[in-house]
Design a protein around this ligand. Structure first.
Ligand code: GUN
Ligand code: ZN
Length: 431
């Protein structure tokens, strides 16, 4: 069944960091067949070429590509809002006690449903999801993600030191459980697997070796972890890995850096680590509200750009302050402003790119999603604020497409996301 969506569209098919511009159309027709965008032009033109197609009039809102979150923890929905602590205290007192509750599979299923609902309500259609420490919780997650239709890449979190004992495992058990999960879930529908050592602080050399073994056996799996987030963490990692040249090297020496690797934070990078990330085409997930909330630091975007490292956005729920990538984009903008001459001045197009196409690149999904071009999947969100709300009146009076997009990032919340589609299926409707 063909559908023409008639709507105002904003997207970033060309990278604004390399001179690309915001693409906009005021009265666009997007012809969607079987979940794929088959034509895109002025509505009247598309209408003429597809006279039989049903027309869905979305002109009351603004259509954006589905948002892409490259770092978000599924077990941490309930710990959002744990303010006032730096990373290691926050983990001990806030995040990890809750993560231990996911040993109960029923509880894990409930949290997975709450998590996926949070993602979709925020307009996030694809995500690199940081998992749980229990294989049963990951089965529950993948089942729920499959039901929700989200493009989720996720895996069992593995650790064998430092954390509370009920979150620890052995390299052998981690290998076996991950292997089974990969065989069950990787490549099933929209799901993919990510080998997930929590961070080098909690994963010994033998544990990282077990991760390496999984990647060797299944080279198209993803890898995700944390890096260079907090100064105390970085000092302790250097003590635990005296032979590593820098934090990134802890992962690199175990073959864990590649095109399908996403490392979160990198707030305090070393030059050699940036070069290694760039050489491997690995990505960094920039998590601005988390970095601010946990006092981790101001993200050096310019250093990443200059080194040629891919960067996309992550909400880092629950260290971050919620699922909205509009809020992350705004906070990313603030941080670069605060860095002054050392910051990268971000335009609204940069923010949209970081929240969409850059995430698609990081997740190796750029052939499928990230913008609303012909040939891509119809993964899209309709921003339609409540009538008379400040965002509504500001959008009505916007000076042009870039100004409208600025208003969406500055004022937009999850409640302004009225409809969400993945592969042409409506997966969320507000109200
Ligand atoms: N480093 C290791 N685990 C975590 C986590 O859960 N959140 C954040 N922000 N950093 C981490
Ligand atoms: Zn994290």
């Amino acid at each position: 069944m063909s559908v023409i969506y008639r709507v105002r569209v904003l997207d970033t098919p060309a990278d604004p960091f390399s001179g690309g511009e915001l693409r906009s159309g005021d009265d666009v027709g997007l012809l969607v067949d079987d979940g794929i965008i088959m034509a895109r032009d002025e509505f009247a033109v598309v209408r003429q070429s597809a006279a039989d197609a049903e027309v869905v009039d979305l002109r009351a809102g603004v259509l954006l590509p589905g948002l892409i979150d490259t770092h978000v923890h599924f077990p941490q929905v309930h710990v959002i809002g744990g303010l006032g602590m730096p990373l290691l205290d926050w983990l001990e007192h806030c995040a990890l006690p809750e993560e231990a509750r996911l040993a109960d599979r029923d509880y894990a299923g409930r949290i997975a449903r709450e998590f996926l609902s949070g993602l979709l309500r925020a307009g996030t259609t694809s995500a690199m999801v940081f998992g749980a420490h229990y294989a049963t919780a990951m089965d529950a997650f993948f089942e729920e993600a499959s039901r929700a239709g989200v493009r989720a890449t996720a895996g069992l979190v593995v650790s064998d030191r430092i954390l509370r004992s009920d979150l620890l495992t052995t390299p052998q058990r981690a290998y076996q459980q991950s292997r089974t999960l990969i065989d069950t879930w990787h490549g099933r529908g929209r799901l993919r697997y990510a080998v997930t050592p929590r961070f080098a602080l909690s994963a010994s050399g033998p544990m990282l070796e077990s991760c390496q073994q999984l990647v060797k056996e299944t080279p198209d799996v993803f890898v995700t972890s944390h890096v260079n987030e907090n100064l105390r963490e970085i000092t302790e990692v250097a003590t635990l890995f005296p032979d590593s040249r820098n934090y990134v090297d802890c992962y690199d020496r175990y073959g864990l850096l590649g095109r399908r690797t996403i490392l979160a934070h990198n707030v305090h990078p070393q030059a050699a680590g940036l070069s290694a990330l760039a050489a491997a085409s690995a990505s960094v997930s920039h998590c601005p509200t988390s970095n601010s909330s946990l006092g981790s630091g101001l993200f050096p975007l310019r250093e990443h750009r200059d080194a040629g490292v891919r960067v996309a956005l992550g909400s880092d729920v629950g260290g971050g302050t919620g699922f909205s990538l509009f809020k992350e984009g705004l906070q990313a903008y603030f941080v670069q402003q605060l860095l002054g001459d050392r910051g990268v001045p971000l335009t609204p197009a940069h923010l949209l790119y970081l929240a969409t196409a850059a995430g698609a690149q990081a997740l190796d999904l750029a052939d499928t999603v990230g913008d609303l071009s012909v040939g891509k999947s119809f993964d899209a969100i309709l921003v339609r604020p409540a009538k008379g709300s400040t965002l509504d009146v500001c959008l009505e009076n916007a000076a042009g497409p870039s100004d409208a997009l600025a208003k969406i990032f500055v004022l937009g919340t999850t409640y302004d996301v009225a409809q969400v589609w993945i592969a042409g299926d409506q997966v969320h409707a507000r109200d």
